[in-house]
Design a protein around this ligand. Structure first.
Ligand code: NAI
Ligand code: MG
Length: 356
């Protein structure tokens, strides 16, 4: 099988870590029978400054017509509003209908001081308050602003279904890489606030319950948690969680919060997933403070590559990358400066490649 992968480095350290992502794909063992072809694509703030758009049509068209998946580095956003600029990754999610944002957070045996964390947050990515239907009206006591929170059965159903599929697949990957996780049974935690928002979050909760009651998910332990107590427990007892599914806003907050549970932003991957397409994307930004120094941690990107492969139907290839990355972190000989080490991007990459 040959997969065609779009490479969108973007700005700043995106250009230093995306080449590492390409290298690890090229270095996968030939026994996997998996080949890759690549196409370089533009997006980001520099693209905007050069061409007037942060996401050229050609990038979108090439992804749609030619590619099976993609890797997205990071983009810089101007700190003050620049007319005509809008985030290319947000636009890409819309144009490709990438309805799920998936963010695993994992410590390795050697790199955690507490209990091992191995959870993934599955965030709905198309609706909720982020439909951005806001208005401000002038009332007798001053301005009043309002926003629509839209929850649909369709979006709630597909995000819950993908959460269930992720839970099952993680179980399979654990079996292929024994000793890397504390979980034994797949579990999905549905997060909501239906005690207050009985219609919107109520519909999310009810639809998620139904979706996860499907026969194919019968091995999954399904539970639910109100979002505020979820935050409390996520910080008190993160090792408890496996897959967490949430509407857009709660998922956004939970996934950034969960990223703080591991040592560095340079470790945390994500994927933007739709039906038949996935974009791997490290969670960090363009890191202007270390740009051009060759010391960006490539691990968030390498894990994003593995995550993309999972969604492209290649869990065995993904498991190989996860295992190699975990071994690099456990041995802690080649760590980048954000992890307290001295290794360069290249040295971390070479050490991971050696372990593949
Ligand atoms: P950032 O994630 O770029 O950096 C935060 C801190 O973490 C910095 O000290 C940076 O050096 C460090 N860091 C991040 N990734 C690292 C890595 N791989 N290895 C080692 N250290 C790493 O966030 P910041 O500084 O708030 O934003 C910088 C720019 O990135 C802004 O223009 C922002 O808009 C953009 N950004 C883009 C994102 C994206 O493309 N998805 C996400 C977050 C920020
Ligand atoms: Mg966020």
């Amino acid at each position: 099988r040959t997969l065609r992968i779009g490479l969108i480095p973007g700005d700043g350290i995106g250009r230093e870590v995306i080449p590492a992502g390409r290298r690890i794909l090229e270095a996968l063992p030939s026994s996997l029978n998996l080949n890759f072809s690549f196409v370089n694509l533009d997006a980001g703030f520099e693209t905007f400054q050069k061409t007037g758009t942060a996401l050229p049509d050609k990038t979108v068209e090439t992804l749609k017509k030619e590619c099976d998946g993609a890797l997205f580095g990071a983009v810089s956003s101007p700190s003050t509003k620049v007319a005509g600029y809008s985030s290319p990754i947000v636009a890409l999610r819309k144009k490709l209908d990438l309805y799920a944002n998936v963010r695993p957070v994992k410590t390795t045996a050697g790199s955690s001081n507490g209990k091992p964390i191995d959870l993934v947050i599955v965030r709905e990515n198309t609706e909720d308050l982020y439909v951005k239907e806001e208005r401000t009206v002038e009332g007798p006591n001053g301005k009043v602003a309002e926003a629509i929170k839209r929850i649909s059965e369709r979006a709630s159903h597909r995000i819950s279904t993908i959460a269930g599929e992720i839970a099952l697949r993680r179980q399979g990957i654990r079996a292929a890489a024994p000793g890397t996780s504390a979980h034994t049974q797949p579990m999905v935690t549905i997060t909501h606030k239906s005690n207050v928002l009985s219609q919107t979050d109520g519909l999310f909760r009810e639809t998620a319950r139904k979706a996860l009651a499907a026969e194919k998910f019968s091995s999954i332990h399904v539970e639910e948690q109100i979002v505020d107590s979820m935050v409390y427990k996520l910080f008190r007892q993160p090792e408890y969680y496996d897959v967490i599914v949430a509407p857009n806003l709660y998922g956004d907050i939970l996934s950034d919060g969960a990223a703080a549970l591991v040592g560095s932003l340079g470790l945390v991957p994500s994927a933007n997933v739709g039906d038949g397409f996935a974009i791997g994307e490290p969670c960090h930004g363009s890191a202007p403070d270390i740009e051009g120094k060759g010391i960006a941690n490539p691990i968030a990107t390498l894990r994003s590559v593995a995550l993309m492969l999972e969604f492209l139907g290649e869990p065995n290839a993904a498991a190989k990358i996860y295992t190699a990355v975990d071994a690099n972190l456990d041995e802690a000989k080649f760590l980048s400066p954000d992890m307290g080490g001295k290794a360069t991007t290249q040295e971390v990459l070479e050490d991971v490649l050696k372990r593949l």
